[in-house]
Design a protein around this ligand. Structure first.
Ligand code: UD1
Length: 425
């Protein structure tokens, strides 16, 4: 298994292009199952996760054309040859579970393994299944598989989510496009990726109102058609690189971004003493390396609140801030797995349940550390950029799941970083 080895201490400069959003791309890929015509995605990130999804789609009968390096993915689900999503593929990545709704809506039945994914908590799928039951599906769980059937088609329903779920909102939204009559999703998630999915579905002929609000109203249609769609920029990738620049110091312009989708992070960085300038599709992040970072508290919330997917990165940054920061993780119950690894670099972090206290230290020292989940792994990159000596991060397959060309992008702005084969696990 590969390791990433990097050294800190060099201010960063230049510009860094942001890729298409992984969390949007994965749901758009699942949406290709809703139509017998081609769905073509551009600005498509080439990641381990999006490749898993392609493998699954191919298994279901989708014809996929994705020339390497093109950023253009064509998916044609002319005929669905199987509506079974096997454990081997679904356990690798939770978002593959989101083929259930499109299969159910188009074919009237689906058998999909219960999901795996990052080890960041229990992550059940009860809200997804309740939404489909409300839409008239029969759902059984047998031997680790969800068996869903709606042989006479799904019907519109009012679904009130007891709490906000990104995945359940997207899943119910996709299925509702082909249900008979009107579906109303209340307490829906408002993440920009949901807006992207809804807008793409509209381009495919769906009727959806309320994008960007917590109530989505969908009028079912008989069929959807093909479309060309550009995936929105990845706000989590952009936020991660913003933290890298804040950590190392210097000045870097992130390009191909939507700054408004990063407001909560940009506010935190400004309060921490980092200079932020924004334009229509760029963000310039700068910090004089000699000016200290200030401690800021973090409370993760559904969008537009502070994203749980950036909590680990800011924790990495706060390890060397002046003062103490309190982190409250309100979305996932087991999302501080990076804390022990950050401590190996010299960070002072105390975790109690869903709260962590980070007391800024004067120095971090490079050490061998291990990535534990997708976002945790980049918090180690961020801390390593502030540490003396080299840091070696093992289990980088977690990074490869969500960050396109990470070493190339970071070395492009001046980071000394390389990948080595074999790990010291
Ligand atoms: C998505 C994102 C993930 C992000 C998360 C929250 C993708 C591929 N992943 O994950 O990166 O961290 O949103 O912004 O888009 N829950 C239930 N029952 C359910 C569904 C969810 O209890 O049926 C709980 C979860 O365990 C979690 C909370 O609801 O505690 C929010 O999860 P959710 O918003 O659904 O996250 P995902 O869609 O899995």
């Amino acid at each position: 298994m590969d390791r990433i080895i990097l050294s800190g201490g060099t201010p960063l400069s230049g510009s860094l292009p942001i890729s298409g959003a992984k969390n949007s791309a994965l749901k758009l890929q699942a949406a290709s199952l809703l139509t017998s015509q081609p769905l073509v995605l551009t600005n498509m990130p080439e990641l381990a996760d999006t490749r898993f999804m392609v493998q699954l789609l191919e298994q279901l009968g989708v014809q996929v054309f994705w020339p390497k390096g093109s950023g253009r993915l064509s998916m044609h689900a002319e005929a669905i040859t199987s509506s079974i999503a096997p454990y081997d593929l679904v356990r690798k990545m939770r978002a593959t579970f989101n083929v259930l709704g499109p299969l159910l809506a188009r074919e009237g039945h689906a058998t999909v393994s219960l999901p795996g994914g990052c080890a960041i908590g229990a992550r059940p799928v009860d809200l997804h299944l309740k939404a489909f039951e409300a839409m008239g599906a029969d759902i059984h769980i047998e031997a680790g598989y969800v068996k869903a059937a709606a042989l006479r088609g799904l019907k519109g329903a009012r679904v009130v989510f007891p709490f906000v779920s990104v995945g359940a909102t997207e899943h119910a939204l996709m299925a509702a496009t082909l249900a008979r009559g009107e579906t109303v999703l209340e307490n829906a998630a408002r993440e920009p990726e949901i807006g992207d999915l809804a807008s793409c579905l509209i381009a495919m002929g769906a009727k959806i109102d309320g994008i960007g609000t917590s109530t989505l109203t969908i009028q079912g249609v008989d069929s959807l058609h093909g479309a060309n769609w550009k995936v929105i920029p990845d706000r989590i990738e952009a936020g991660t690189y913003a933290c890298c620049v804040a950590a190392a110091g210097g000045g870097v312009t992130l390009t191909d971004v939507v700054p408004s989708t990063l407001s909560s992070l940009l506010d935190v960085l400004s309060r921490a003493g980092v200079s932020i300038e924004t334009g229509e599709d760029w963000i310039k992040v700068s910090r004089t390396p000699s000016s200290p970072l200030k401690a800021v508290d973090i409370d993760t919330q559904p969008y537009p609140g502070f994203p749980t997917d950036l909590q680990a990165q800011v924790m990495g940054l706060m390890t060397m801030a002046e003062g103490a920061s309190i982190f409250r993780e309100n979305i996932f119950e087991n999302r501080f797995m990076h804390a022990p690894e950050l401590r190996r670099l010299g960070a002072d972090i105390t975790v109690r349940g869903s709260e962590a206290v980070v007391r800024g230290v004067k120095e971090l020292k490079g050490a061998p550390v291990m990535a534990t989940d997708l976002r945790a792994s980049v918090s180690l990159v961020i801390a390593a950029l502030m540490a003396d000596d080299e840091t070696s991060i093992s289990r980088v397959y977690h990074l490869d799941r969500g960050f396109e060309r990470l070493e190339e992008k970071l070395s492009g702005v001046g980071v000394t970083i390389r990948r080595a084969s074999g790990s010291d696990e």
